[in-house]
Design a protein around this ligand. Structure first.
Ligand code: AMP
Ligand code: MG
Length: 411
């Protein structure tokens, strides 16, 4: 896995490159209103304050009986069952001393009651109920316990997941303001590329990046405008990039950014706009390039499929998430013990496709796949995430190592 074949000199450290990219994040897309049913995965564009208390009123946390705690002594009490309140009902009748009411989970406490006894803790005998001693507030969910009117619930920039949709519904929202989906143009550079389903002539391969990158962008809630395959000529690159820049928010390409004679995307960008950055200190992913055309950002991912995927997750992701209006874009690595030795330092920071596995004692440790070639997507499919080995570092099994799970990276 070692031996990157380059010195690391002249390569931008990854964190520095990400910070440099962030300076070019465009303002978030315009705000649109969507029904709650359509809001999953969208990015909130408004401050949400609660118009309600939650719970709306004191209610029962159990199926049981509502009563007055003061009615129960050390030996409990024998109380008259004066009625029944199910969820969805409410009682206006004041509970009198010596009385109890049958109550079900979620139903409002009747006026006068201040506690609930679970049905399994008492004995019913016709209209009479024997209860133990009960404290005030027992099994009661008080009004406003979770949320009070005016409480801030969610802020702009929050990606809406199932739990946020449930929370919004629980305080009565049926629609929310979100940022319009970021419109990303995706181009796959390479004369050798054919689409799955087509036949392959000698020298041709299937276009994998179109599917992996397109899927990532869509799963991040973005709108993908797929321009298909871009021929390896300067003229074709110029035409496609300037058209794309006139139409979409961000341009993402794969391939055509390395050092080959046919890698003409950087030259096209220089002619049409500005190349801000090229070549990162990472493996896989060294050839990543970044620039802009008429103010539209362009992210040039490497062509090798594993490198394209890793750079999309590590470098393009925070930029694109922020451009979509998201607030929290930094991925937080977990620290886990390495399940392997890394005896020879590498000049580039390694992002090793790895799994979290259990060692003989049942403790989690990081196991990288033995094959880490930049073209190998199979090992990305095998992996749970990326272990980071810093440039110049050697490692013994058991030493702590940062691990970015694919779920943390939104993959
Ligand atoms: P390039 O950076 O264009 O030289 O591409 C590097 C390697 O990645 C070459 O072997 C390409 O054939 C391969 N490659 C480029 N784009 C894709 C793609 N969309 N799908 C699969 N392989 C690709
Ligand atoms: Mg190419």
């Amino acid at each position: 896995m070692n031996g990157c074949g380059c010195s690391g000199a002249g390569l931008r450290p990854v964190d520095e490159a990400i910070a440099a990219l962030m300076d070019f994040v465009p303002p978030p897309p315009p705000v649109v209103r969507v029904d709650l049913e359509q809001a999953l995965g969208r990015v909130l564009a408004e401050d949400i304050r609660s118009p309600l208390d939650l719970p709306l009123w004191d209610n029962s946390a159990m199926d049981g009986y509502a009563l007055r705690a003061a009615d129960t002594g050390a030996d409990g009490a024998r109380l008259r069952v004066a009625g029944c309140i199910a969820a969805g009902q409410s009682s206006q009748v004041e509970l009198q001393p010596g009385e109890t009411m049958r109550i079900f989970t979620g139903a409002p406490l009747p006026p006068g009651a201040d506690c609930v006894v679970a049905q399994e803790d008492c004995q019913a005998d016709g209209q009479w109920l024997q209860v133990p001693r009960v404290d005030k507030g027992n099994h009661v969910r008080p009004r406003g316990e979770e949320v009070c009117v005016g409480d801030p619930l969610l802020a702009p920039g929050r990606k809406l997941r199932a739990q946020e949709l449930g929370l919004l519904a629980s305080v009565g929202f049926d629609s929310v303001a979100v940022f319009r989906r970021l419109r990303v143009c995706l181009l796959s550079s390479g004369d050798e590329l054919r689409e799955p389903g087509e036949s392959l002539a000698p020298g041709q391969i299937y276009n994998a990046n179109r599917f992996s990158l397109g899927a990532l962008l869509r799963s991040w809630g973005m709108e993908v405008h797929d321009y298909g395959v871009l021929a390896d000529t300067l003229a074709a690159s110029r035409d496609a990039l300037s058209l794309a820049a006139s139409e979409w928010d961000v341009l993402v390409t794969s391939g055509g950014v390395s050092v080959g004679d046919r890698d003409c995307l950087k030259q096209a960008i220089r002619e049409l706009g500005e190349l801000h950055l090229w070549k990162l200190n990472m493996q896989p992913g060294k050839p990543l390039a970044f620039g802009s055309i008429s103010g539209k950002p362009w992210i040039g991912l490497p062509g090798n499929p594993a490198a394209a995927l890793v750079t999309a997750l590590v470098v393009a992701r925070p930029f694109l998430w922020r451009a979509q209006g998201r607030d929290a874009v930094e991925a937080l690595p977990a620290t886990l013990p390495a399940g392997f030795d890394w005896p020879a330092p590498n000049s580039r920071r390694q992002y090793l496709r790895s799994r979290v596995e259990l060692d003989a004692r049942g403790f989690a440790c990081i196991t990288p796949h033995p094959q880490q070639g930049s073209a190998m997507l199979r090992t990305a499919s095998w992996a749970d995430g990326l272990a980071i080995v810093e440039a110049g570092r050697t490692l013994r099994a058991g030493e702590p190592l940062p691990f970015l799970s694919f779920s943390e990276l939104g993959a």
